[in-house]
Ligand binder design. Structure first.
Ligand code: 13P
Length: 289
């Protein structure tokens, strides 16, 4: 069933568990993510990346984006578990509105690199439009770095900023910088567990962790227990899918067989489904009643 972010995340915050938000790029990813949620009977968030020029969908024609969204919505409606369709890392008001028009039930307005006051103003503008359509909104303060292995924490979110931002916007969920980075880690992440606890105390909105790939089961457990409610996970899922395919290629080559795409593709989907199921366990996502 198709639901919005609050339908999933408010229950999760109350129940002290987290829900994974997995990035989906094609039908195989959708199958892996929703299949994993169905196999574990848990709610899930399927996220699409923004389609403004710097987003993954930026170079795709709008008809193709619409077609993908139609398929995703259709698949989500058929599912027996709650599925939220979320727009990830959108930097523009226009992009959020387009996603709502295409049927997203949740959007992220990422103005974290803009001055704090501008971030507040833009978030409020998106919230006004999104809430009129029953769509929930995630924002980000502080900044989760990407791909450069920078874990110095110079942009950690502070509880004071979180309080001020929440008071000014009433945002539905808030992405906070607590020591993770997007992509593969160049060095051990320096997770700020006390900061997570303080942020949970500071605001009633669910806390979102970006850069969810690559933590240990113990690290996930501690983050969830301290108050992280949504965990964004992409890089390791996609790497697992690639490995599923390359392992099959190696097996076929050793057996002197050809490599037919129809046989290879499901191996990637299977591997992605397995890693998503494993992480649903680490995130302690509670099965639906
Ligand atoms: P990873 O790719 O590090 O898992 O992060 C995903 C993410 O935060 C998407 O918003």
């Amino acid at each position: 069933m198709l639901v919005n972010g609050n339908d999933i995340l408010l229950k999760a915050r109350e129940g002290h568990y987290a829900v994974g938000a997995f990035n989906v790029f094609d039908f195989g990813c959708v199958d892996a993510v929703l299949g994993a949620a169905e196999a574990t009977n848990t709610p899930v968030i399927a996220q699409i990346l923004d389609w403004h020029p710097s987003g993954n969908f930026g170079s795709r024609p709008q008809e193709e984006v619409k077609m993908f969204m139609d398929m995703l919505i259709y698949r989500a409606k058929l599912s027996p578990v709650p599925v939220c369709i979320h727009l990830d890392h959108c930097q523009t008001y226009e992009g959020c509105i387009r996603a709502i028009k295409y049927g997203a039930t949740s959007v992220m307005l990422d103005a974290s690199m803009k001055p704090f006051e501008e971030n507040i103003a833009l978030t409020k503008k998106v919230i006004e439009a999104a809430h009129a359509c029953g769509v929930t909104v995630e924002a980000e303060i502080g900044h989760v770095d990407g791909h450069d292995g920078d874990t110095t924490g110079k942009l950690y979110t502070t509880p004071e900023q979180a309080k001020e931002f929440y008071a000014a916007t009433g945002v539905d969920s808030l992405a906070v910088a607590v020591g993770t980075v997007h992509g593969v880690y160049a060095e051990e992440p320096k997770l700020q567990y006390d900061l997570i606890s303080e942020l949970r105390e500071a605001i009633p909105a669910p806390l979102v962790m970006h850069g969810g790939s690559g933590l240990s089961p113990e690290q996930y457990k501690e983050c969830v227990e301290r108050g992280i409610t949504k965990i964004n996970f992409a890089t390791y899922m996609l790497l697992a899918g690639g490995k599923g395919i390359s392992d099959k290629v190696a097996e076929n080559n050793a057996a002197g067989k050809g490599n037919n795409f129809i046989d290879l593709y499901p191996e990637g989907v299977k591997a992605m489904k397995e890693i998503v199921m494993e992480h649903i366990g680490y995130f302690q996502t509670k099965p639906i009643a």
